[in-house]
Design a protein around this ligand. Structure first.
Ligand code: PGA
Length: 252
């Protein structure tokens, strides 16, 4: 087993009203067994403070936001700053998710700015990358994911980079019920780790957790997580059910 942290992060996306979110967090806390695996709840903003309170006594269970703004503060109506997220107990922030890239036109440059802002303000980014179906069909997935990783992360200093978690999520596997095969995931994770080694050295690359995301479920998690370079998962749909989310986290 590698020394890298195993991380299973849930991405609730735009789901659950206030009471439903509370109930889900409470059920997770109630059913969770102590484990070495780091678990993260990526909730909508309205839940952060309440869920922080619910999980505060639990080891290895942390809170993530699903986005942040790249500036410190000011006239940015509707936006949330990294200091605000810290002040309600966030440890992580999911950045560069394909839904943000696609529906909110987030560019590599904007994502890079958010990543550095998050790190400078004490949050650990869960940096997402992944290719579209037509890209994979054209065999260009490594070129595309490589560009996303370089543009999104490689302006960081080595010290800043040590805070980063990467999530590889092939867009064609998100919410579709199609997962990448364990071998496809392994191949891309090894490719990403090679890029990290070239930029930040082998030790840093070996220490970075690279998660797989895209239709991870209790019945496929174990096989995906058994791959050498897969250090956990970013879980959408299945993170909305306490039993499924916990079963996935217990799949190592
Ligand atoms: P999914 O979503 O598990 O529902 O495919 C994963 C994600 O978008 O992070």
């Amino acid at each position: 087993m590698s020394k890298r942290q195993h991380i299973v992060a849930g991405n609730w996306k735009m789901n659950k009203d206030y009471e439903e979110g509370r109930a889900l967090a409470l059920e997770i806390v109630e059913k969770l067994q102590p484990s070495e695996t780091i678990m993260v709840l990526g909730t909508p903003y309205i839940h952060l403070k309440g869920v922080a309170h619910i999980i505060s006594d639990i080891n290895n269970l942390y809170l993530a936001a699903q986005n942040c703004h790249q500036e410190d503060s000011g006239a940015y109506t509707g936006e949330i700053s990294t200091d605000m997220l810290r002040s309600v107990g966030c440890t992580y922030v999911i950045l560069g998710h394909s839904e943000r890239r696609e529906y909110f036109q987030e560019s590599d440059e904007l994502i890079a700015a958010k990543v550095s802002q998050a790190i400078r303000h004490g949050l650990k980014p869960i940096f997402c990358c992944g290719e579209l179906l037509q890209t994979r069909e054209a065999g260009a997935q490594e070129a595309v994911v490589g560009e996303q990783v370089k543009k999104g992360l490689f302006n960081l200093t080595p010290e800043e980079f040590s805070q980063v978690v990467i999530a590889y999520e092939p867009v064609w596997a998100i919410g579709t019920g199609k997962t990448a095969s364990p071998d496809q995931a392994q191949e891309m994770h090894a490719f990403i780790r090679g890029l990290l080694a070239a930029q930040y050295g082998d030790e840093a690359a070996q220490a970075t957790s690279i998660l797989y995301g895209g239709s991870v479920k209790p019945d496929n998690a174990q096989e995906i997580f058994s791959k050498t370079d897969v250090d956990g998962g970013l879980i959408g749909g299945a993170s909305l059910k306490a039993n499924d989310f916990i079963a996935i986290a217990n799949s190592f």
